[in-house]
Design a protein around this ligand. Structure first.
Ligand SMILES: NC(=O)c1ccc[n+]([C@@H]2O[C@H](COP(=O)([O-])OP(=O)(O)OC[C@H]3O[C@@H](n4cnc5c(N)ncnc54)[C@H](OP(=O)(O)O)[C@@H]3O)[C@@H](O)[C@H]2O)c1
Length: 305
């Protein structure tokens, strides 16, 4: 049966590979690419306008997320899209400070990596035809130890979710370390939300956190200094010859596998590359999970009604 999957972060990096493989593996899928500017139109042109359409959304703006979700809803209602079977929140951003603020007044990493996904999930949750699957791309960095971050990204620092949503939540907020702490913390927050989704979403709507591993050669470090960008593009890809890093192709293949259910994983689980595995001990915390749910609900309230 034909079905629709809505996907963010499909226009480059890991997501671009996954988008192609989702369509190859499931030719009955219609992919709605949610991307900034005309990036989605480009993907539709490349992958075929019959199986891909696009919605222009800047995930750093809650108003833009809402209008994108409304457009998808209208197209579902009009029968222009087949039934909705999935949402893939793969887009992500990493800054070199914790001071970048969105038009809504939120710290940008938190806005894109946490709030945009949450608003999409909440606006789409009653539109899914079960069985349906939500996949959020998270990160190894939420562990915070050397084995998982190779010393490149500081571990998460949990504070009250309201303070995490604002700039300057971390010490020395103008530094790269603070920006990367905001990143690992946002991914921990996303795992907490996946646990909440598994408990709260309608039966048959599954939620999974996917960790691609370290994937050098994408544009995730685009805001970093020239030396780090050079290392990410030209030097660190050598690590993909070792178990320490994954190629874009492998990470995209795994993401597509989780989205299509070829990598079986129960709702609420964490998929480490190609198999379900425990996430960090810190990431199982019902009290924090309830807190982040409740704060995220308040922060998106004006757009979710
Ligand atoms: N690379 C790694 O080592 C690694 C490791 C663990 C997890 N991840 C996660 O994997 C996911 C994909 O990252 P990647 O490595 O493939 O990086 P990437 O090449 O930079 O891709 C990031 C994607 O997110 C989109 N995005 C960012 N901000 C957006 C916004 N405001 N509105 C709309 N789209 C936005 C980008 O769109 P634009 O083209 O418009 O910027 C792009 O499609 C992210 O969630 C990242 O955190 C990556």
């Amino acid at each position: 049966m034909k079905s629709t999957i809505v996907m963010t972060g499909a226009n480059r990096g890991i997501g671009r590979v996954a988008a192609e493989l989702i369509l190859d593996g499931s030719p009955d899928t219609h992919l709605v690419v949610v991307a900034r500017g005309n990036a989605g139109a480009r993907v539709a042109e490349e992958l075929g306008p019959d199986s891909v359409s696009h919605v222009a959304v800047d995930l750093a703006s809650l108003a833009s997320v809402r209008s994108g979700a409304e457009e998808i809803g209208r197209r579902l209602d009009a029968g222009e899209l087949p039934p909705l079977a999935g949402f893939v929140g793969n887009a992500g951003i990493q800054h070199t400070n914790a001071l970048t603020e969105t038009e809504d007044g939120f710290e940008s990493t938190f806005a894109v990596n946490v709030l945009a996904n949450h608003l999409f999930v909440r606006l789409l949750q009653n539109r899914f035809t079960v069985p349906a699957r939500i996949v959020l791309t998270v990160s190894d960095t939420h562990f915070g130890d050397f084995r998982h971050n190779l010393g490149m990204v500081p571990g998460p620092e949990w504070h009250s979710p309201d303070s995490l949503s604002r700039t300057a939540a971390f010490a020395k907020p103008a530094t790269t370390a603070a920006g990367r702490t905001a990143y690992s913390t946002s991914k921990l927050a996303a795992i907490y939300l996946v646990h909440e989704y598994a408990r709260r979403l309608p039966t048959g709507v599954e939620a999974i956190a996917f960790n691609p591993g370290f994937v050098p050669g994408t544009d995730l470090a685009r805001h970093a200094d020239p030396f780090s960008r050079f290392a990410m593009r030209r030097v660190l890809p050598a690590l993909t010859l070792t178990p320490l890093a994954a190629t874009r192709a492998a990470a995209g293949r795994n993401l597509a596998g989780v989205v299509l259910g070829d990598i079986p994983a129960p709702t609420g689980s964490y998929v480490d590359r190609d198999r379900p595995a425990p996430s960090s001990g810190e990431s199982y915390d019902p009290q924090r999970e309830a807190e982040i749910w409740s704060t995220a609900e308040q922060l998106i309230a004006a757009y979710a009604a």
